[in-house]
Design a protein. Structure first.
Length: 305
């Protein structure tokens, strides 16, 4: 019997690295003019093994704006993952910005607050930041030469949960308006969700993300409020969902939950399940199918505009 060839290892961009110089080249935009809503900040102890590019201790959330050389008239809000315990700004932040700036998008990467860092409204603070970010992005549309109606959101892992929460709960009144930008809609035109955490209960749930966001013993009503697949309606914007079937951290059943809920609601959805890629592949393995998702998302998003 002939031996089966052993496939080469996946060539996946690194995430556990120092913060690259390119990150600091993006314009930093503070999210809140004063103290953010949701309580007070208390920095949690940082695990010593976390690399510099896994951001914690976020008292003042911010956007980083990366401008394209040849604008296509559209913008992206990027929400990196990190299990709601950190924000991975390299593989799901800067790398994503570089990939989509090359395609003409103005890219805003959000370093959002982490629920376990003292905030009394722990289940709301990431979504407060995402809502505020969308409004600030729209407020800058004219200056940055993009259409405010074509701003999409792109989220990864726990950032995918945050993106799905924004797509299904954008109109939740989670904070008092602070300036004129808050009169603008926080609802994205469409959303891309990469290996998203969606389920807050059941076999597809990611227990670590749920505990980090909702606390150790959340009530059923809170679980329901932060279960975006159960909140999809006829008004939910289109979704692009991609997941690797060998993801050992967040089961690909999460992607199926979203896609099936979108279909039941009669909403546009595109689902890609890749054979390999694992979890946290960012722009994707260069030598496997999952590495094509950026081109697929770009083509899909242009059809949604």
């Amino acid at each position: 019997m002939a031996l089966q060839p052993v496939p080469e290892p996946l060539d996946i961009p690194a995430s556990r690295v120092p913060i690259p110089a390119g990150w600091h080249e993006g314009e930093a935009i503070g999210l809140w003019p004063g103290v953010p809503p949701g309580g007070s900040f208390a920095q949690a102890p940082r695990a010593p093994e976390l690399p510099e590019s896994f951001r914690t201790g976020i008292a003042r959330p911010e956007l980083r704006l990366f401008r394209p050389a040849s604008p296509n008239g559209a913008a992206l809000l990027v929400l990196p993952g990190g299990g709601y315990g950190f924000v991975s700004i390299r593989n799901e932040g800067l790398d994503i910005a570089e990939a989509f700036c090359a395609r003409g998008y103005a890219v805003f990467v959000l370093t959002y607050r982490l629920p376990g860092e003292g905030w009394s409204a722990r289940a709301d603070v990431p979504l407060q930041d995402a809502q505020r970010a969308m409004r600030l992005i729209r407020a800058r549309a004219t200056a940055e030469r993009f259409d405010p109606q074509t701003v999409a959101v792109l989220g990864f892992s726990a950032g995918g949960h945050l993106a799905a929460s924004l797509l299904t709960g954008a109109e939740e009144a989670l904070y008092a308006p602070v300036d004129a930008a808050d009169a603008l809609s926080p609802l994205p035109m469409a959303g891309g969700l990469l290996y998203p955490v969606v389920a807050m209960a059941g076999p597809a749930a990611h227990p670590g993300s749920r505990a980090a966001l909702l606390g150790p013993m959340p009530e059923a009503a809170l679980i329901a409020r932060r279960s975006p697949a159960d909140r999809i309606s006829a008004a939910t914007p289109p979704m692009f969902v991609a997941h690797a079937m060998d993801d050992a951290l967040v089961p690909y059943g999460n992607a199926l939950l979203l896609a099936e809920a979108m279909q039941r609601a009669g909403r546009p959805v595109e689902l890609h399940l890749f054979q390999e890629g694992g979890h946290g592949f960012g722009t994707g393995p260069r030598n496997a199918g999952a590495g094509q998702w950026t081109a697929l998302f770009d083509a899909w998003l242009r059809r949604m505009r």
